[in-house]
Ligand binder design. Structure first.
Ligand SMILES: [Zn+2]
Length: 391
């Protein structure tokens, strides 16, 4: 099923490039849902009128609302609870100049009505969208011809330059971001914020000795493929993707290091990879155009050497984590089919820092001491890995 585009409202000038923005962003001061017998209504309170475009995606059913950059003065968890036909609502920066709202739907819907209302009856500007239930056939029929998948360049990632002084290039990839929050911790905080904090701290620790590139340095969404591409474009020597898991069982704790494999080391690793690979779906990207690429996750012979280096780094990292007293899982080196680890020529590992669903571990991960220990362990592992390599 192709995900497809249709536009409501003003179709032109929807996106304001970040560099062209002169006025402050429009402010969103409220997000409300109203459940009626015949429809689910979603309302955003705004301080001015903004342009928008709406499209729907199937498998899973989603409604995506694209808006200019907005100042979201609402709790980051607003809309995270199911309401009416909406299972979950997410919002955040999709790319520079472009905020995005993704509605995960319980059932196929029809966008009955969407409009920007001017101030009236004590309300300010309101963006209102009404969803009514429909069936799958009607949902699919309402989809317009496929829109080519946009592959925006990273607005924030520095472009690769010739290597100064032969320094090794380390790409640090803070998982998730923007409209994709990642997992939610026991305290309600998001994985995307934890990974960004760790990414920046690790970049600071490594910057003197390596050329360090962060795939993102702010709260913005990046497609998985683009993260891989940043590492490839930079001709990186090592790619580190940072994550923090959350699961229903709050007793689970401990970090783990993952490398790519066509066969998962265990069911849990396979489930984790499936969850992490959903990042693009969560951000409202139509993956159907990428089906073939996703399907071809199998590693060919050319990747074998890269795979060996990835495993070698994972082994070093597991030992430095333990030396620094960082809690790790039993069998801390695991493997599965993570899409973000797919660069065929860049040794890549995915680090799950720990479980945000465990209140004690979340507090430790968020503390300065907890962070310092993990950052030191990763930094030491990078040093040890490259020292061994050059011997
Ligand atoms: Zn993650």
């Amino acid at each position: 099923m192709r995900g497809l585009l249709y536009l409501i409202g003003i179709a032109t000038a929807v996106l304001v490039p970040a560099w062209a923005a002169v006025a402050a962003d429009a402010v969103v001061s409220g997000v409300r849902t109203g459940i009626h017998p015949d429809k689910t209504r979603l309302v955003f309170d705004l301080d001015r009128s903004v342009d928008y475009s709406i499209f729907t995606l199937s498998d899973p059913y989603r409604v995506v609302i694209d808006l200019p950059d907005l100042d979201w003065q609402v709790p980051s968890t607003a809309g995270s609870r199911a309401a009416g036909l909406i299972d979950r609502l997410r919002f955040g920066l999709f790319r520079p100049g472009n905020s995005r709202v993704v509605l995960d739907l319980k059932r196929p819907v029809r966008v009955k009505w969407a409009t920007m209302l001017p101030p009236r009856d004590g309300h300010g500007y309101r963006f209102v969208i009404d969803l009514v239930e429909t069936d799958r056939a009607a949902f699919l029929a309402a989809l317009a011809p496929p829109r080519p998948l946009a592959t925006p360049r990273a607005g924030t990632a520095p472009r690769p330059k010739p290597r100064p002084g032969g320094k090794k290039v380390v790409v640090i990839d803070p998982g998730h971001g923007g409209v994709d929050p990642g997992t939610t911790g026991a305290s309600g905080g998001f994985e995307k914020a934890v990974t960004l904090t760790y990414g920046k701290a690790l970049a600071t620790a490594l910057r003197e000795r390596y050329r360090v590139i962060l795939t993102r340095d702010r709260d913005i969404f990046l497609p998985l493929q683009q993260r891989v591409q940043i590492a490839r474009d930079a001709d990186a020597d090592l790619f580190l993707s940072l994550h923090a898991d959350a699961i229903a069982d709050r007793r689970f704790s401990g970090g783990a290091v993952y490398t790519l494999s066509e066969t998962a080391s265990d069911d849990e690793a396979a489930a984790l990879a499936a969850k992490e690979n959903k990042s693009d779906v969560i951000a409202g990207i139509d993956l159907n155009n990428q089906d073939q690429e996703v399907a071809s996750i199998l590693i060919d012979l050319a990747q074998r050497e890269t795979k060996n280096f990835s495993s070698r780094f994972a082994g070093v990292l597991v030992s430095t984590l333990r030396t620094q007293g960082v809690r790790t899982r039993r069998k801390p080196h695991r493997f599965a089919g993570f899409r973000v680890l797919k660069a065929p020529d860049v040794p890549s590992v995915l680090v799950e820092l720990g479980y945000l669903s465990n209140p004690r571990e979340e507090a430790r991960l968020r503390s300065a001491e907890g962070r310092a220990a993990i950052v030191a362990a990763i930094s030491d592992a990078v040093d040890a890995y490259f020292e061994n390599l050059s011997e």
